[in-house]
Design a protein around this ligand. Sequence first.
Ligand SMILES: O=C(CO)[C@@H](O)[C@H](O)COP(=O)(O)O
Ligand SMILES: [Fe+2]
Length: 249
Amino acid sequence: MAPPAIIAPSILSADFGALGKACSDTIGQGADWLHVDIMDGHFVPNMTFGAPVVTMIRPHVDRPKEAFGKGTFDCHMMIAEPKKWVKDFKKAGCDLYCFHYEAAISSTAAETPEGHSDQKTSPRELIKYIHDQGLRAGIAIKPKTPVDVLYEILDNPNKEEVPDMALVMTVEPGFGGQKFMPDMMPKVEALRKRYPELNIEVDGGLGEKTIDTAADAGANVIVAGSAVFGAKDPSQIIKVLREAVEKRR
Ligand SMILES: O=C(CO)[C@@H](O)[C@H](O)COP(=O)(O)O
Ligand SMILES: [Fe+2]
């Protein structure tokens, strides 16, 4: 059986002037996780914020009582040097550190705050490093990246090097409010068929009109930014998203 529905509003569409309250409100309205979009202006053509802001919003949301529980901070790291920031985000209160496959395979040499080099980290090594810091690990793929790059990583018998979640982007990363790409669904279907118990997240353009397509394909972790924060009644949208996934389990 597929894992339970997890609804993760993307705070990219929240009121940044009152972010702490927006975070606690959305959890109160029935959200499971907060999806925290981190953009560095290099990996994607946009910037958001870094660990200090995560530190400031963390006290507004109770820490999850178990892995993947309510209040999980799901940090979507759209950054060129994913290894460099793991420790800072751990300190800031991140629970799930989801890096991009494309960034991991091409990350360049750079000094970390601890003075380590960040040159070329394989996804496997990076997942182990994230786990070693006491975080859950996610791996994301952009629309042009084929899904089969994930098979070798997910099939690894060494569990420390296996991600806890796969994120299939359903828009080009960088901005909220874009149009859902239904042609990404074969990737989700392939993952669900091969890994019945994997947490499979979809991100970009999810809302009332697109959730059935994503749920049919087998996604269980649903990110929605504009659909939730732009709604008159966010709790109703969260309910619709959850029911669509649960109906298909
Ligand atoms: O990672 C991203 C964009 O790069 C997303 O998390 C978006 O922020 C989702 O926003 P909507 O498409 O739901 O408005
Ligand atoms: Fe995201």
